[in-house]
Write a protein of this length. Sequence first.
Length: 287
Amino acid sequence: MKHVARKSRSIPFLTEEEPDYGAAREMLPGVRRIVAQNPGVMTYHGTNTYLVEGDDGIIVIDPGPNREDHVEAILVAAGGRISDILVSHGHHDHVGAVDMLRARTGARVHGADIAPMLGAAAVDAVLADGARIGLLRALATPGHTLDHFCFLREGDGLLFSGDHVLTWSSTIVSPRHGDMLQYMRSLELLIARDDPLLLPAHGPMMQNPQDFYRALLDLRLRRENAVLQALETGPKSLDDLVRRIYPHQTHPMTIEAAGHNLVSHLGKLIQEGRVAEQAPKVWARID
Ligand SMILES: [Zn+2]
């Protein structure tokens, strides 16, 4: 799957070889990664499931999609020692395996209290900002979705970023599940911190991600400016805006995703009183 050409050249995104699916690879002391075999235009090579050594057993971060082979791989790697399951947010490629993994291990599931997004996989322990699960601390980072949490291993500043920050691509901020204003605030939260290691739910690990975070925030500010500029010549429909602002998108899924991102930007500008939805899916500047 080609994924590089459509990306902004100004952001230092990372790539990596196709992983050995199902193999547990040591990333850092006490941290292993298993990539689920759900590659795609939104998921890169697949969902990264992390196994973190804790005092009471292994903590699994994002069990991944509903695939038996992936759950088997997690169970084999963990050797039956899973104490807790953490979910960054309720999207299917992260929580699809929760029910199966919980049934096989009895581990406690920690996540935000947004049950409809988790489907049948309701959580056992509702996360709040700052909550501790063994060595890990939950950081509320709404934006990609409203229920999103990152997890921090304090001591060595290892940040498991879920889908809030990906290293292979910018994240989707859809108007249905997410919020652009909150997303940008959550990015500013990571910029203000100084965590030296980033492990995302899709894509490779990144060291010293501060400049990367700033580039991601810049990208959003540029998109916002592009929206405002496009509206300077009069009201525009969503199709108009997508064609102008994302002229290189050709895949139907990425065009749809681009449209969602733009509606999220427009939502932020509406919240700020700079834009109004003049007719269904037609926006105009009011500032
Ligand atoms: Zn997601």
